[in-house]
Design a protein around this ligand. Structure first.
Ligand SMILES: Nc1nc2ncc(COP(=O)(O)O)nc2c(=O)[nH]1
Ligand SMILES: Nc1nc2ncc(COP(=O)(O)O)nc2c(=O)[nH]1
Length: 544
């Protein structure tokens, strides 16, 4: 009988009262993300003794203390457990040494997995303090570690206080960043399927965000400081509003590939990689929705062709599939896609979230309302929602509670609140927060002014959190944000340009503005020219 079985012979019944614990995980040996997932699987095998309730994103950081080792992947999980702190410690050690075969050479050295208990609350939600030889709770070094505090603050509302200092944990994180040590700044990494060919390392999208204090208000907020990704639009549809299927030639894929090779070579002159977003079903307002069979017939062959094309290097060409259908996304991943770009926020296909959870690739969680044919009428964002009027939601920006009825904040807090509902539905279907990219949906149930306001309030969405009426905490802190302004109607209206494909120059200006407000990925048609706008905007606004 191994130790973990011996620990918990307790059977649990419905009256079992669960304790809550927050664990910090880290790995910097081998395939770090899969080591972490193996550790999660081992925790889940503890059955009802341990239940994982929430997981942070994955963060990459340089090693602290002992520098001469590989970068770590870190994060935190929230669990409920019937185990005592010491029983839980024994399970964590069992997972580290027996399950993952960790070998400890010296303190702070390389490890395949590290599972530390950071905080522990008993069944009455009272914090448990322990100061033993083998176990100290709260973790004694948590307040000096951004790789613990940043992921932990994705799981804890800003009101949560450290049991000993009695100060909000969010404040401790701000104080840590205020010291200005760049090695405290983390990269959020979005794991993609497969491995990079040359280094055999995990494939990621990577986003670096730093906390800056406003010199006047002294408010701290998160700002992007990593290169913006270009998502190149490849509409393989004959009727797309913006390029009329210019590159749509199913019977002649080599024409499409030739075009993609040209675009990719130009973009890679200025950028490290390119995302190619393959869409087989136009989503312009009121467009007729093509059948699933036709959509598959359009997107799968081109995704396979991209993956086998020698002039499109696998490590630098990331593929997303623009679909709201789970069958299409499943087959697209089998053909080599890395990300599903679902404009519906998982609302048009009830299997999309669970499907994307199984696949484990990137997932773009977009805001919209209604359907393709009704969304244009659903642009009323004034507070009529009873949940809000009765104050059932608590909204935060940068950890500070805000009044959602404040005119300046109404649009972005409504979008934040409605995205939170989809975000929780995704988590409940098993989708990992670390897979998610947010998109407030320009042109999806928004009018012209609302599109412009969304761009201006990206910094607020980036720092948005809320507590729902049933007490669940959601934060978009650190999540990458994607915007798709390219050639859209609001650009045509402002510039009096009726032809979408004549809107590329103006799109370049909008892309620069989006980056100035902190957007992490821009979805564009004319990627060659926009790659220059992005390069300059990254230099000006992100200093990269
Ligand atoms: N970036 C980073 N650096 C580190 N340095 C030391 C330890 C050792 O931690 P321990 O005191 O819990 O063994 N863990 C990490 C880590 O997880 N991430
Ligand atoms: N994530 C995301 N995907 C999208 N797909 C299609 C369109 C419609 O534009 P198109 O028909 O020109 O592709 N816009 C978006 C967008 O704004 N965001």
């Amino acid at each position: 009988v191994d130790q973990s079985t011996a620990i918990a012979t307790t059977s649990t019944d419905i009256n079992t009262k669960y304790n809550t614990a927050y664990l910090a995980f880290g790995s910097n040996v081998g395939d770090r993300v899969s080591n972490i997932k193996l550790a999660f699987d081992a925790l889940k095998r503890e059955n009802e003794k341990i239940v994982i309730l929430d997981q942070s994103s994955f963060f990459e950081s340089e090693p602290m203390y002992f520098k001469d080792q590989e970068p770590f992947i870190n994060g935190c999980i929230k669990i409920k457990t019937i185990l005592s702190p010491h029983e839980l410690l024994r399970v964590c050690k069992h997972i580290e040494y027996e399950v993952l075969g960790r070998v400890k050479h010296f303190d702070n050295g390389p490890r395949s997995i590290d599972l530390d208990i950071v905080l522990y609350q008993n069944a009455d939600n009272e914090p448990i303090l322990i100061n033993d030889e083998d176990l100290i709770i709260p973790h004694p070094r948590m307040l000096e570690r951004s790789f613990v505090l940043e992921p932990l603050c994705q799981l804890l509302p800003p009101t949560t206080r450290h049991p000993i200092t009695a100060e909000p944990i969010w404040n401790h994180l701000d104080e840590l960043y205020a010291k200005g040590n760049d090695e405290d700044n983390l990269w959020l990494v979005t794991p993609l399927p497969g491995k990079t060919l040359n280094t055999k390392k995990e494939k990621f999208l990577k986003f670096k965000t730093v906390t800056v204090k406003d010199p006047i208000t002294n408010l701290s907020k998160r700002e992007s400081v990593s290169p913006t990704y270009i998502m190149h639009i490849l509409n393989v549809t004959p009727d797309s509003f913006s390029d009329g299927g210019k590159y749509y030639s199913p019977e002649n894929i080599s024409t499409t590939l030739h075009h993609l090779v040209q675009v990719t070579q130009e973009v890679l002159k200025l950028h490290d990689c390119i995302i190619i977003d393959v869409g087989g079903c136009s989503t312009r307002p009121n467009s007729e929705q093509v059948s699933e069979k036709n959509e598959l017939g359009r997107v799968i062959p081109i995704i396979s062709a991209i993956r086998t094309c020698k002039e499109l290097p696998k490590d630098k060409v990331i593929i997303s599939v623009d679909t709201y259908r789970s069958t299409v996304s499943q087959q697209a991943f089998e053909a080599g896609a890395d990300i599903v770009n679902d404009i519906s926020g998982g609302a048009f296909d009830s299997n999309m979230f669970s499907q994307s959870a199984r696949i484990g690739g990137g997932y773009v969680l977009s805001h919209t309302r209604g359907t393709i044919s009704t969304m244009n009428k659903l642009t009323d964002y004034t507070w009529k929602n009873t949940d809000v009027m009765e104050g059932k939601y608590v909204h935060y920006i940068s950890g500070k509670e805000i009044d959602p009825k404040n005119e300046q904040l109404t649009l972005i807090t409504t979008i934040g609140q409605e995205l939170s509902v989809r975000f929780l539905a995704a988590l409940d279907s098993g989708l990992h927060r670390g897979q998610m990219i947010l998109d407030p949906g320009l042109g999806f149930a928004k009018n012209l002014d609302q599109n412009l306001e969304i761009i201006r309030t990206i910094p607020l969405l980036k720092n948005y959190s809320c507590v729902t009426p049933d007490g669940r905490f959601v934060t978009f802190k650190n999540l990458p944000i994607l915007l798709g302004p390219s050639r859209k109607k609001f650009i045509g209206t402002i510039t009096m340009e009726p032809e979408p494909h004549n809107r590329d120059f103006a799109t370049g200006s909008v892309v620069a503005s989006c980056i100035g407000y902190g957007t992490d990925i821009v979805r564009v048609h004319d990627s060659i020219n926009c790659s220059k706008s992005v390069k300059i905007a990254d230099k000006i606004y992100k200093k990269v």
